[in-house]
Each structure stands twice: as structure tokens, then as C-alpha cells.
Design a protein around this ligand. Sequence first.
Ligand SMILES: [Mn+2]
Length: 355
Amino acid sequence: MSLEKVLTYPGNGVHTVNTAKDKKEKLFEAYYSTKDFEKVESKWLESLKNKDSHKTWILGAPSDCGAGIMRGSNWGPLAIREALLEINEKRFLDLGDIRVVPHLLHDKYLNDQTIKNVQQALYKGEDLPVSPLSLLEYVSDKLFQSDAHVLSLGGDHSVSFPLTKSWLKNQREKVGILHFDAHTDLLKERLGIDYCFGSWASHTIDLMDDSQAFVQVGIRSTGQDRNHWESSFNIQQIWAQEVKDKGAHNIGKQIREHFEKLGVKNIYLSFDIDVFDIEYASATGTPEAGGLQPSEALFILSEVTKAVNIQSADLVEVAPFVQFPERYLKNLEPKTTLDSALSVITFLMDHWNEQ
Ligand SMILES: [Mn+2]
């Protein structure tokens, strides 16, 4: 299988003709020293050939078809890359974006004729997946066979199901998943649709040998209490208020010891930007008050990684152009959200660089 058929060069996953052209061109200049689309494509293809000489990869998953409250996270990968350029963070190879048809979610929801039509549009008719979540699993099955660290940039949180499904499939030892979020994402389905931003976690837990190795942090916006979720799914939850009460260092230590007790040395990190308080993450689909500060998330991650390795990760739900009404926002700029995202990415790059 060749990756380049189902991927496209960085920034091109959101199909546009003129919209955000300047942003895309800025990225191409920085990555490939050219704005010419054909040259960009050939340089990107060239870079993929040497991907095994890099130990950290970034993958763009600019799909927000799985979202349901406020869309716009399809622009997350481009905005995050732009922000990474600004701080000169280059400790990765950018593999590009999955090819996103924005009207599709998963191939199982499509009829044969639609699949054929899109295969014609994307691959000259070749028999390959066409919907973002199906494509992402297909790509991930290849990427996670490597020891490289993969940081996937969403997109809405539905992308984490194919990512974690594929990651779990490729692990040989007992592993865990650490999930930062304001929300539990533990629905089985939403309005009759099983794969979406609010349900990925419940499907991923179904695939784990030991659901106790699934730990959620930062929960605060849910209709049920912690006991309901922990007993229904046999998982561990730490609510945002508990981080405030006990302190981030202590929570990090508690999570690390929990993984150690289970014999888990490698984890996957799924990071929803809305785990942060609305003051630090307003440009997202469902911002929530009462959340973590970036420093608190970093304290937790620092403690956890004293004995546990984050093998791969995703960062989702950054929606740079989303603006909630001013009374919720206190005039906060999207820049704050990107700064919060950068703090997590910089932590991961440091973590992976030390290994
Ligand atoms: Mn969330």
C-alpha cells in the first residue's frame, strides 16, 4: 500500500480553490521553499520516501463531519501548523493530510454507487476507502506498524476512534489510553449514528483487554455523575474539580501509579482542547468553563511520563475560526486556543526528543 494515494500534502486536506490560499502558501514556502502546487506535491512525495529517518510524524485529519454542536475543526491542522511555524517547532516530519470529502464520515454509511463515485473523484476509480474515518484507519494501520511517534491533528473527536483502534491493534504489550476532555464521549450512539465526536471513547473501550487502563481527565460537562460512568464502563475518571482540589502534580502521580499497577508502560494520549478552561480554549466546538489551565495539564503529563511513555497522540477539536458569543468569550482571541495547543505539542516533542 502506498500512503501517497490516500494522503495529500500538508494543508491540502481541506479542499479549497481560493479560501485560505495565503495560509496554505505560507506553509508550502516554509516546508518546501515553493508555492507552486506541482513542486509542492513532488517535494512532499520525496519527503515521504525518507519518513523512516524521522522518529516523530505529524498527520492532519481535517474532518469535522463527526461533530455536532459547532463545526470548524477541519481548519485545526492548518492553523496549528501555522502556529508551529511561528515558534519554529520543527522536530517532526509532516506526513500531510488525509484526503477529506467533507460530506462523508465513514464508508459503512454509504451505498456502493456513492463509494464508486468518490473513488472515481479521488483515485481514478481505485478500490480504496473514501470517508475520513475509514481512510484514517487505513492509513493508521500502516503508520502504527512503525515505532515512530504519530501526532494526529483533528478534526473533531470522531477521528480518535480509527486512530486508537489501529494503534491498539499494533501494540504487543499491555497498553493504556489517557484521555483529556471536558466531556466523557461515552455515548454508544448519537441520534442513531454510532461513530461521532460523542461516542468514540465507548467504542475504543470495547476494544481494550482491560478497560481500567482507560483514564479520563478534566471531565465536567455531563448529565451523569462519575460513579455512573466508572461503574458502567469500568474505567477511571478524574474530574476537573478533582484536579483543582488535589493539585495537578498529585493527580499526575495518581495516574502514573495506576498505570504502573496495571503493568502499563506505553499509552496513547487523546487530547481534546476543550479540557482547558474556556479562557484558554474558546475556539472549539463546545467550550466549557471550569476547566484545566495549560500548566495543570503539563504538570499531569510530566508526572505521568516519569514512568510511562506516550507512544502516540492526537490533539483534536481546535476550531480556529469559531467564535462563540461575546458574553461567553470575554473577548478572547483564537490565538489563546492555539497557544494552549502549542503547549501540549511542545511537551510531546520534548518527551519524544528525549527518547
Ligand atoms: Mn470534548
